[in-house]
Design a protein around this ligand. Structure first.
Ligand code: HEM
Length: 503
C-alpha cells in the first residue's frame, strides 16, 4: 500500500468517526424526541430564533406549552435538542429519581466563581458527602438565631425606604437586593459588608457582574466557548470579579480558621460571650466544624460552598420578596389581610416590635401569601437536568445525553391546578389536598431540592412583614407593566415599581 493510500484511508477513518457518533448517539436522541410534539422549526436554526433574549425565553416557553402541551421537544440549532417539561407525573419521576442528578451544562459558566459547590456539583459522591455535611447548618435551631440578623438588616431597609415615602412609582428591587446581600453575607460568613449604606462595595459589584456574565454566556454563541470568551471584555471583568469575590471569602475563612484554632487551644467554653449569652454560629462556623464519617471539607471546598451560599442565597430571596411586595401593592384586599394578621399578633405595637422566630411561625396568612408569590413569580422559573444514563419512563427509554428543561413557572401557571392562574390569591394554599405534590416546585423537589428553602421562607416572611407593618403599598402611578425575563433568576427588565407611604 502506498503512503498516499495509507493517508487517504486514515483520513476517511477520521471522517467516519463523527458520522458513527451521529448515528449511534444523536440518532437515538432524535428518535426519542419523535415521541413529543415540536413547534414549527426553521431550517438550520430549528426553534433557536424564538429564544434570542431572556424575556423571549419565558414567553416562548409559555406559548409552546399552551399550544403543544406539557412535554414539548425544542430544537436548538442543527443538532441541539431539549425536552421542555411541566407535566407533574414526569416531574415526579425526574426530580424524585436518585439516578438523574446531573444539572444543566450551562451552570459550568459559574464554576470560576463557585468551583464545584453544591449548586453546580455533578451529583456524584463528592456532592453527596457535602450535602450530608451541610444539611445540619439549616436546622431550625440555627435558623432561629438568624432572625435577629434579618431584623436588623430590614431595619436599615425601612430607614432607606422611609426616605422615599410618598413615591408614586419606585423600583424597589435595588433596595431589597442590597438588603438580602447584607443578610446572606452576615449569616453565611458572620461579616458585615453593609451594601445598603455602601453602594460602591466592590463585593456587591463582583456578585452583580458574575450573575450578568453567566446569563450572557448562556445566550451568546460567541461567549459560550471558553476559547472565544477569553478575547472579550467580559472575560477581563470576570477575572477581576472572581478575584474580588475569592479574596474576600478567603480572608474571612482564614480569620475564622485562626480563631477556631485559638479557641480550641484555649477554652471550649468560649461559645458564650461575657454576658453568658450563647454566641451566634453562622454557616461558616458550622461547615468548619462539620464532619461525617471522619470526613470534613478542605479549605478550597469550604470556599466553594460559602461562595455557593452567597450566589444561591441572595438574588433568589430578593426576587421573591420584591415580587411579593409588588403583588401586595396591586392587591389591596390581600395586603389588608396581611396587615390585619400583624395587628392581631402585635396589637398597636406593630411598627416597633422585635419579631421572633416563633412570631414568624405564627404568620399563617403571610406564609400562604409568600407561597402564592412564589407560584405567580417563581424566582427560579426554569432549571435543567442532564440525563447521563439510559433510563426507562412509562415504557419509553430516555437515552443518555438528553437535556431536560424543568419549566417550573409553566406548571405553576397551569389552570388545571391553579384556576384563573394570573390571579394573586393566597387562599389557594389554605388546602393543597387536590393538587399533585409536584405541581408546586419553586424550590425544585427530591434529593437535589433547594437546601436553603426554610431559611428563604423565614427571611422573606421577616422582610415582607416588616415592610407591611411600616408602609402602605399602592399600585404604581403611572401604571407599571413588567417586562419579565428568565435570567439567573426571574427579573423584570424595566424594574418592579410600586407606590409607598409610611403608615
Ligand atoms: C426564594 C428563594 C429560593 C429559591 C426560589 C430557590 C430555588 C432553588 C432551586 C429551584 C434549586 C434547584 C436548582 C436546580 O435543580 O438546578 C435550588 C438549589 C439550591 N439552593 Fe436555593 N432557592 C432559594 C433560596 C436559597 C437560599 C437562601 C440558599 C442558601 C442560603 C439556597 C441554596 C441552594 C443550594 C446550595 C442549592 C443546590 C442544592 C443541591 O443541588 O444540593 N437557596 N434552589
Amino acid at each position: 500500500m502506498s503512503l498516499l493510500t495509507e493517508y487517504l484511508l486514515a483520513f476517511i477513518a477520521v471522517m467516519l468517526i463523527p458520522i458513527y457518533y451521529y448515528y449511534t448517539k444523536l440518532r437515538r436522541i432524535e428518535k426519542f424526541f419523535e415521541n413529543f410534539p415540536t413547534p414549527p422549526t426553521e431550517p438550520f436554526f430549528g426553534n433557536a430564533r424564538d429564544f434570542t433574549t431572556t424575556s423571549a425565553f419565558l414567553t416562548t416557553l409559555h406559548k409552546y406549552t399552551k399550544a403543544h402541551g406539557s412535554m414539548v421537544h425544542v430544537k436548538m440549532g442543527p443538532v441541539g435538542h431539549v425536552l421542555v417539561c411541566s407535566d407533574h407525573k414526569f416531574l415526579e419521576f425526574l426530580l424524585s429519581s436518585t439516578k438523574i442528578l446531573k444539572k444543566s451544562r450551562n451552570l459550568k459558566y459559574l464554576s470560576p466563581w463557585l468551583g464545584d459547590g453544591l449548586v453546580i456539583a455533578d451529583g456524584g459522591p463528592k456532592w453527596k458527602t457535602h450535602r450530608k455535611l451541610i444539611t445540619p447548618a439549616f436546622h431550625f435551631k440555627i435558623l432561629e438565631q438568624f432572625v435577629d440578623i434579618f431584623e436588623s438588616a430590614s431595619d436599615v431597609l425601612v430607614q432607606k425606604l422611609s426616605e422615599m415615602s410618598g413615591s408614586k412609582s419606585l423600583d424597589i428591587y435595588p433596595y431589597i437586593s442590597r438588603c438580602t446581600l447584607d443578610i446572606i453575607c452576615e449569616t453565611a460568613m458572620g461579616t458585615k459588608i453593609d451594601v445598603q449604606n455602601n453602594e460602591a462595595s466592590a463585593y456587591f459589584k463582583g456578585v452583580k457582574d458574575m450573575c450578568r456574565i453567566f446569563v450572557i454566556r448562556t445566550m451568546s454563541i460567541a461567549k459560550r466557548y471558553d476559547f472565544m470568551f477569553k478575547f472579550t471584555k467580559d472575560y477581563v471583568i470576570q477575572q477581576d470579579a472572581v478575584k474580588v469575590l475569592h479574596d474576600y471569602t478567603n480572608q474571612v475563612i482564614d480569620k475564622k480558621r485562626q480563631q477556631l484554632k485559638e479557641k480550641k487551644q484555649e477554652d471550649k467554653e468560649k461559645d458564650f460571650d461575657d454576658l453568658g449569652i450563647k454566641k451566634k454560629k453562622v454557616f461558616l462556623d458550622l461547615i468548619l466544624d462539620a464532619s461525617v464519617d471522619g470526613q470534613s471539607l478542605s479549605p478550597e471546598e469550604i470556599n466553594e460552598e460559602v461562595n455557593t451560599f452567597m450566589f444561591g442565597g441572595h438574588d433568589t430571596t430578593a426576587t421573591a420578596s420584591t415580587f411579593i411586595l409588588y403583588c401586595l401593592a396591586n392587591n389591596k384586599e390581600v395586603q389588608d389581610k396581611v396587615y390585619e394578621e400583624q395587628r392581631q399578633l402585635f396589637g398597636d405595637d406593630v411598627k416597633d416590635v422585635k419579631v421572633t422566630y416563633h412570631n414568624l411561625q405564627e404568620m399563617k396568612y403571610l406564609e400562604n401569601t409568600v407561597k402564592e408569590g412564589l407560584r405567580l413569580y417563581s424566582p427560579v422559573p426554569i432549571f435543567g437536568r442532564h440525563i447521563d444514563q439510559d433510563i426507562e419512563y412509562d415504557g419509553i427509554t430516555i437515552p443518555k445525553g438528553v437535556g431536560v428543561i424543568v419549566f417550573a413557572h409553566g406548571i405553576h401557571m397551569n389552570p388545571e391546578y391553579y384556576p384563573d392562574p394570573e390571579k394573586f390569591d393566597p387562599s389557594r394554599f389554605e388546602s393543597c389536598e387536590k393538587r399533585p405534590p409536584y405541581a408546586f416546585i419553586p424550590f425544585s423537589a427530591g434529593v437535589r431540592n433547594c437546601i436553603g428553602q426554610k431559611y428563604a421562607i423565614l427571611e422573606i416572611k421577616s422582610l415582607v412583614s416588616k415592610i407591611v407593618r411600616n408602609f402602605e403599598l399602592f399600585p404604581s402611578v403611572p401604571e407599571h407593566k413588567m417586562d419579565l425575563a428568565a435570567e439567573t433568576v426571574l427579573k423584570s427588565l424595566n424594574g418592579v415599581k410600586i407606590g409607598l407611604k409610611l403608615r
